[in-house]
Design a protein around this ligand. Sequence first.
Ligand SMILES: CC(C)(COP(=O)(O)OP(=O)(O)OC[C@H]1O[C@@H](n2cnc3c(N)ncnc32)[C@H](O)[C@@H]1OP(=O)(O)O)[C@@H](O)C(=O)NCCC(=O)NCCS
Length: 262
Amino acid sequence: MPIQFKDKLKMRDITNHKLSCQPCQSSDIQSVMDINESTLPENYPLFFYEQILERYPDSFLIVSLKDQPSVRIGYIMWRIERGPSSFGLDYVKKGHLVSLAVLPRYRRLGAASLLLKESMKIIQKYNVSEYVLEVRVSNTGAVRLYEEVLQFEKIRIIGHYYRDGEDAFYLSHKYDPFNQNAPHSVGMLDDEIFQYYYKHNQGHLCYKCPNCQHILVKGLSYSYPGSIHPNDPSIIKCAFCNQDNSKFSISQGQFDMRILKK
Ligand SMILES: CC(C)(COP(=O)(O)OP(=O)(O)OC[C@H]1O[C@@H](n2cnc3c(N)ncnc32)[C@H](O)[C@@H]1OP(=O)(O)O)[C@@H](O)C(=O)NCCC(=O)NCCS
C-alpha cells in the first residue's frame, strides 16, 4: 500500500531505520528500469544496466522499505573513470554518477542520501579521489541534496548537456579521508554563474531567491529572450526555503523577483 503523507512525516526522523540499501541483482534490473523510466527523461536500454552491473556491481545499489523488502523504491549507479581533477592539475580516478532516482511517493525520506552515502563509501574500493556528476540546472532539489547533504561543489556549467537543450551543472566532491567536510575554494561562485548566463545563454533564467538568496536557474519554455510571458500563471517554488515565487515577476538579469503573499 502506498505511504500516505502523514506517515511520511512520521517516518522522517527514523528514516534510516525504515530503509534498507542493497547491491542490485540482475533480477532487480526491471524494477530499476521502471523507476528510471517513471522519474527521469534519460532512459537506457537493458544492456546498459547489465553492463554497469557487470563492471561495477558493488556500487550499483537499490533501496527498499524494510517492511516491504520486495518493493524497490530507488537506485543509484556509478562508473569509474580517469580524467583531469576538478581541484587541481592532476589526472585522477573518479567515481562518476550515472543515475540516481527515487519514486515520487517515497521522496524526502532520506532514500537518496542513504544511497549516495553508502555507494560513495563502497566506491572507495576503486581508490577514487573524486566523485563527479551532472545535474540539470533546473533540478534545484537534487542540487540542494548534492551540495548540502554530500558537500559537492559546482565546478562548471556544461551548456546544452541534455538532449532537450538544458544545461548541466558539473558537480564534484573531493574524497578526503581525514576531513570529509573540508570546504574547497575552487567551485563556481554565484557571480560566475550569473556571468555565464548573462554572456552565453538566453534559454535559461538565473536569479537569486529573494527570500533565502540561493541561486536558482530555470529553463525557459519559450524563446523570447530575457522575458517571461505575462500570462504565465505558474509559480516557482524555491527548493531551499520553499518560498513560492511568481515567474512573471522575474526579469532576466535584474533578479527582482516579487515574492507572492501566501
Ligand atoms: C533528487 C532525488 C533523487 C532526491 O531523492 P530523495 O530520496 O527525496 O532525497 P532525500 O530524502 O535523501 O533528500 C535529502 C535532502 O536533499 C534535499 N532535497 C531533496 N529533494 C529535494 C527537493 N525536491 N526540494 C528541496 N530539497 C530537496 C533536502 O535538503 C533533503 O533534506 P530534507 O528532506 O530534510 O529537507 C529525487 O527527488 C528524484 O528521484 N528525482 C528525480 C530524479 C532525479 O532528479 N535524479 C537526480 C538526477 S542528477
